[in-house]
Design a protein around this ligand. Structure first.
Ligand SMILES: C[S@@+](CC[C@H](N)C(=O)[O-])C[C@H]1O[C@@H](n2cnc3c(N)ncnc32)[C@H](O)[C@@H]1O
Length: 192
């Protein structure tokens, strides 16, 4: 297990405390912006870097058939307890799915935690296994001191990511649309 994932494995029980709050937050965003993505329900959706499953759970509540996936066993245990199908996988190894296996692939707060080289793997692999859309819920270009502080403690690639998105995604997708879901967060809607 890489250091980055080991850290998430350790903090999984703490992350779980925020699950209900996160579900409220994500569900409201999905309710508001889903009509801009699709009118279909019951589509197969893969959520990468699911953590305890709050984003995945919110899509499931909205009617999608969801598979969650994470590299940290501690997160997977919480995710299963939260009523999701969840598997262990490292997105940096080739995803164990055929091309176009899922209508939609999602990932919340995963991309900014990865190096540029690892984000490229994320973009390439998510584009390969998604038939219709890839949705990245992540930070917007509007930098924020509090977020910068927390992310520097976490050792993420926050600043690099917000300066590079959405342009770096455009290499791997036919089209990338940005929906500002609030001042500090975007949905990056990518068409494979
Ligand atoms: C910031 S958390 C976000 C969790 C969840 N998406 C949410 O919104 O609450 C990032 C998650 O990505 C997972 N992760 C990081 N690198 C990964 C990798 N290479 N493969 C799979 N999961 C990874 C971590 O274990 C962690 O659960």
């Amino acid at each position: 297990m890489k250091g980055h994932v080991r850290k998430f494995n350790l903090i999984a029980p703490i992350y779980q405390f925020f699950f209900k709050f996160q579900v409220l937050y994500y569900s409201e965003i999905i309710r508001k912006y889903l009509p801009e993505l699709t009118s279909e329900r019951e589509e197969c959706l893969l959520d990468l870097g699911s953590g305890t499953g709050a984003f995945a759970f919110s899509w499931q509540k909205a009617g999608f058939k969801v598979l969650a996936a994470d590299a940290a066993p501690g997160m997977i245990r919480q995710c299963l307890k939260n009523g999701l199908d969840c598997i262990e996988l490292d997105i940096l190894e080739r995803l164990p799915f055929a091309d176009n296996s899922f209508k939609i692939v999602t990932a919340a707060y995963l991309a900014h935690g990865l190096t540029k080289a690892d984000r490229e793997i994320l973009y390439r692999e998510s584009s390969r296994v998604a038939e219709k859309l890839v949705v990245f819920h992540d930070f917007s270009a509007r930098s924020n001191l509090f977020i910068s502080f927390i992310e520097s403690l976490e050792g993420s690639f926050y600043k690099e990511f917000i300066n590079a998105a959405p342009y770096e995604m455009e290499i791997y997708f036919q089209n990338v649309r940005v929906i500002p879901v609030n001042p500090w967060h975007n949905w990056y809607i990518c068409e494979p």
